[in-house]
Design a protein around this ligand. Structure first.
Ligand SMILES: *[C@@H]1O[C@H](CO)[C@@H](O)[C@H](O)[C@H]1NC(C)=O
Ligand SMILES: *[C@@H]1O[C@H](CO)[C@@H](O)[C@H](O)[C@H]1NC(C)=O
Length: 168
């Protein structure tokens, strides 16, 4: 009984001490071989056991040929991670890059760029830089053109139509 109690105390302190804060600063360039202005949204994600969660706000931008991006994120793990640490004490981190670098007018693609595994270490700051070729890369999404043609968006060409609208 006493043994169990001592064990319990020991583990409680383990749980408290396991809290970690790991930061990521990720930058670099996206290159696009097409001679067009391309737009993008880069978000940092952690590949988690339960669900993938973004680590911080995405970075948007546009460019021609190549363009730089910068994203930051941080991850805190609470005491529950004790289980995790035993299984796998790393973060699997990836960049989710939505972009329209392709030969279409308004086709968005989602490209997943795996950065690899990073040891969970309290106070650690991981600075990384990547040059990523996004040309035609990733899963193709719905185009904006399709959305507009679906007729879900009402059009108000006529400026006077605010008043005329209910009367037709
Ligand atoms: C990461 O960058 C920050 C600020 O840019 C700097 O303070 C820190 O020392 C860098 N860490 C490493 C490991 O390069
Ligand atoms: C970028 O990727 C495209 C498509 O895979 C490829 O054709 C092109 O050669 C690549 N460009 C560079 C600079 O690596």
């Amino acid at each position: 009984m006493l043994k169990f109690f001592v064990f319990f105390l020991f583990c409680t302190s383990c749980l408290i001490q396991v809290e970690t804060l790991t930061k990521f600063r990720v930058g670099g360039t996206l290159t696009c071989d097409y001679n067009k202005k391309f737009e993008y949204l880069v978000t940092l994600f952690e590949d988690d056991i339960l669900y993938d969660e973004p680590m911080g706000i995405g970075s948007t931008g546009h460019g021609r040929g190549s363009s730089s991006f910068n994203v930051q994120g941080q991850d805190t793990d609470d005491g529950w991670v004790i289980l995790w640490v035993l299984l796998d004490n790393t973060f699997e981190v990836y960049l989710k890059i939505a972009h329209n670098c392709n030969k279409y007018d308004n086709l968005w693609q989602t490209y997943i760029y795996y950065m690899g595994d990073f040891p969970i270490k309290d106070g650690e700051v991981y600075n990384r830089s990547y040059n990523i070729n996004v040309t035609d890369a990733g899963v193709k999404g719905r185009t904006k053109r399709e959305l507009i043609e679906s007729g879900e968006f009402p059009e108000f060409h006529n400026k006077d139509s605010d008043l005329a609208f209910p009367l037709k």
